[in-house]
Design a protein around this ligand. Structure first.
Ligand code: ADP
Length: 164
């Protein structure tokens, strides 16, 4: 039987990318053939990092994965998936608190585009409390974020909050 290529998108705000996201990216990159990280232009949220900065940090931290690309997108996730010929949407689940909203998003996406499936990755225990918001808060108060984000992100957060 001929093997079909599995192409997936991993959408999110990534403001900024954390070790939690990278854990999902690493694991997803092993099960799909091609993974496109989609950085969302979200008009409802005012991000700390610009689109260019978020993309740059993602590219820097994923450059060793040969099957991973980073792009920006606007609008519905299913449209972004379709435009890229992807049949799978990757999302991460940290705790039960993520479950309800993720389920709602996945059901909605499936009803709009039944050909596209959402695949969930549970996070490693050590990152189950971690979000971009937590990393920003810790950095804002000048505490050590080296266990939460890679060094390029740590540096970028320091520049944002201290100006040098
Ligand atoms: P969004 O604003 O779309 O939730 P995020 O950048 O916060 O964007 O998250 C993108 C995806 O990554 C979501 O599916 C989220 O649940 C997942 N995610 C975020 N942090 C972690 C983590 N620490 N472990 C596993 N998944 C995570």
């Amino acid at each position: 039987m001929e093997k079909t290529m599995v192409k997936a998108i991993y959408p999110g705000s990534f403001d900024p990318v954390t070790y939690g996201h990278l854990d999902v990216i690493e694991r997803a990159s092993k099960v799909v053939d091609e993974l496109i990280i989609g950085v969302l232009v979200n008009s409802n949220k005012q991000p700390l990092f610009s689109m260019e900065e978020r993309i740059h940090l993602l590219r820097e931290t994923t450059k060793n994965y040969r099957n991973v690309q980073v792009k920006s997108f606007e609008g519905l996730t299913v449209n972004f998936a379709r435009q890229n010929g992807a049949k799978v949407i990757i999302r991460g689940l940290r705790a039960v608190t993520d479950f309800e909203s993720e389920m709602q998003i996945a059901q909605t996406n499936h009803s709009i585009e039944p050909e596209i499936e959402t695949m969930f990755f549970t996070t490693s225990l050590q990152y189950s409390f971690l979000s971009s918001t937590i990393a920003k808060e810790v950095a804002f108060y000048g505490s050590d974020v080296s266990k939460l984000v890679p060094s390029v992100v740590e540096e970028a957060l320091r520049v944002k909050y201290t100006g040098n």
